[in-house]
Design a protein. Structure first.
Lengths: 306, 259
């Protein structure tokens, strides 16, 4: 069954889009990731214009983050103060990001920048995940496992920065500039790539800010909700590329898929899961890289601006 | 006969109305017909793009007084198009130079009763701007190579690949010496706007008569309203999009907890 998307201005197969949302939802339930970094490239592969894919994915992530944050909020796993500082950075970053997005679109380079960002980030993260998971599998096989203990209060180079702030929930006394910068950077990624940015923010919060693992996911979800909401709003105003119909289809598929994914995930081993996810991320990256490097069928492309 | 059966099946009502229309014109107003060598109409002057739109056919029918060939052109609304050339930079393909064309039809198709080159010579088509190759696009660049050579070809090729320019004229069939009909196909990605359909009656390599009829392609129903709303009240649209997502997320979390 075909449905005409009002903003993308094209007919798509309704079951294919539901299935796509479902598959990514399944994976996000399985691996505990947001899935924005998978849904945007997949929409582009399907033929949805990249600009619409990115803006609509941001809208969809609002929903998946809201549904995720409640459970963490109830358990008290959201560091509100940290979340707000990250958010200030995120709002600034995403606002600049949307502006850059509109500018690149006018230049005709937005597709290239989106693809390049994805290749770089998916490549690095996929490789890191795969290496880390392989090591873990290797360790448990050899049984010689002595896991390194992460010190709670590491004193690094960044801790000399001014504007120190106390974050009680995370048990930290660090410069506010640090989370502000992390939020800012992730905000730009959200606007340009249509991702929540959890895959960058979570490692940054753990290793850079030194936050306890328990509050990291909840706090990042809290921040992602507002940053993606900001991106949805700004893209609607500036580029009119948010397709509500597409977002709803992805949502419905995603919600159902996530439920199955979470159930299935509890039956599998963590390291194997992470190795699988790493492989998946790398293969999406390679496909995008191939499209950039391979000689295109037609060297010329057209774009209407009526 | 088999062919017309299929046609009957495709657009039964249009066909019926078409025959009635032509017959009534022929019978009731035969004096005027004698004066008017070409009569044309469409089964529908409005192509509505609804939520389930996957393309549609519009029946064009008409009558000629004396024998002759018929050529039809369908021209969509004008728009600006930018053609970009990719170049390899540091291993990857990057958009580099570009050329802008004005008054490019968003859609262009032709139909003819016989092969175009049998009906008339190229000069007639050039004079009347019939066919994609005879369209004149205004380009802002003076450079002849960029303006009218490779970039123009690339523009036409890309439009053909996306089904917005036709490759070969569609067939116009004569049912008798006087009655003719053809199906104009509009694909799923048909641009919206006002289309101009020109029907040329060509006899002995000259245009004996021309008739012009408009066709409107517009979005209707939910998709049209959403599009309109997104462009007219974009801030409100953005807020609503966020609210829908927040509500859906909240609903999902409740559903999760229950199960």
């Amino acid at each position: 069954m075909q449905i005409y998307l009002p903003i993308a201005e094209m007919s798509v197969n309704i079951f294919l889009i539901l299935g796509l949302g479902g598959a990514v939802g399944f994976l996000s339930g399985l691996f505990g990731v947001g899935g924005g970094f998978l849904i945007t490239p997949l929409l582009i592969f399907y033929g949805i214009p990249p600009a619409v894919s990115v803006a609509t994915a941001a809208n969809q992530i609002v929903a998946s983050s809201v549904s995720g944050v409640f459970a963490h909020w109830r358990r008290g796993n959201v560091d509100l103060k940290m979340g707000l500082v990250l958010l200030v950075g995120g709002i600034i970053g995403s606002t600049i990001g949307v502006w850059v997005f509109a500018w690149l679109r006018a230049l005709g380079q937005i597709d290239l920048v989106i693809s390049l960002c994805y290749v770089i980030f998916l490549g690095v993260i996929g490789a890191l995940m795969l290496i880390e998971a392989m090591r873990a599998i290797f360790r448990t096989r050899r049984r010689g496992g002595n896991l390194r203990k992460v010190k709670k209060h590491q004193h690094g180079y960044f801790h000399g920065l001014p504007f120190k702030m106390r974050f009680y929930r995370s048990g930290l006394y660090i410069s506010a500039l640090l989370p502000l910068l992390v939020g800012f950077f992730v905000g730009i990624l959200t606007a340009l790539m249509g991702v929540g940015g959890g895959f960058v923010m979570v490692p940054a919060m753990i290793y850079l800010l030194g936050m306890p693992t328990a509050v990291v996911i909840g706090t990042s979800l809290f921040q992602i909700i507002f940053v993606t909401a900001n991106v949805t709003f700004l893209q609607s105003v500036q580029t009119q590329t948010v397709d509500v119909a597409l977002a709803i289809l992805l949502l419905v598929g995603g919600v159902i898929g996530a439920q199955f994914g979470a159930r299935f995930g509890s039956k599998l081993k963590g390291e194997q899961l992470r190795a699988l996810l790493g492989l998946l991320v790398l293969s999406v990256c390679l496909k995008l890289l191939f499209d950039l490097v391979a000689t295109p069928g037609d060297l010329y492309s057209i774009m209407g601006n009526s | 006969m088999g062919k017309s059966r299929i046609a009957f099946y495709r657009a039964p009502y249009c066909w019926f109305y078409g025959v009635i229309a032509i017959l009534s014109v022929l019978i009731l107003d035969s004096d005027r017909v004698r004066a008017d060598p070409l009569v044309v109409d469409l089964s529908n002057h409005l192509v509505a793009i609804t939520t389930g739109f996957t393309g549609t056919d519009v029946l064009l029918f008409g009558a000629v007084q004396n024998q002759g060939d018929v050529v039809v052109t369908v021209r969509g609304p004008d728009q600006d198009m930018v053609v970009r050339r990719k170049e390899r930079k540091m291993g990857i393909w990057v958009n580099s130079e570009s050329a802008k064309f004005r008054n490019v039809p968003a859609y262009y198709a032709t139909a003819s009763s016989r092969s175009m080159d049998i009906i008339a010579n190229d000069r007639l088509y050039e004079n009347y701007r019939i066919g994609v190759d005879h369209q004149r696009f205004i380009t802002e660049l003076d450079d002849a190579e960029r303006g009218d050579g490779v970039y123009r070809e690339a523009l036409i090729r890309n439009m053909r690949n996306s089904g917005l320019f036709n490759r070969h004229p569609a067939k116009i069939s004569f049912l008798s010496n006087q009655l003719f009909r053809t199906n104009l196909h509009f694909p799923a990605n048909t641009p919206t706007g006002t289309y101009t359909i020109n029907v040329y009656l060509i006899r002995d390599g000259r245009v004996a008569s021309v008739k012009t009829t408009p066709l409107v392609v517009s979005k209707t129903g939910v998709s049209a309203e959403v599009y309109d709303f997104a462009h007219r009240y974009s801030a409100l649209y953005g807020i609503i999009a966020v609210i829908i997502a927040v509500f859906a997320g909240w609903f999902a979390s409740v559903a999760f907890r229950k199960s």
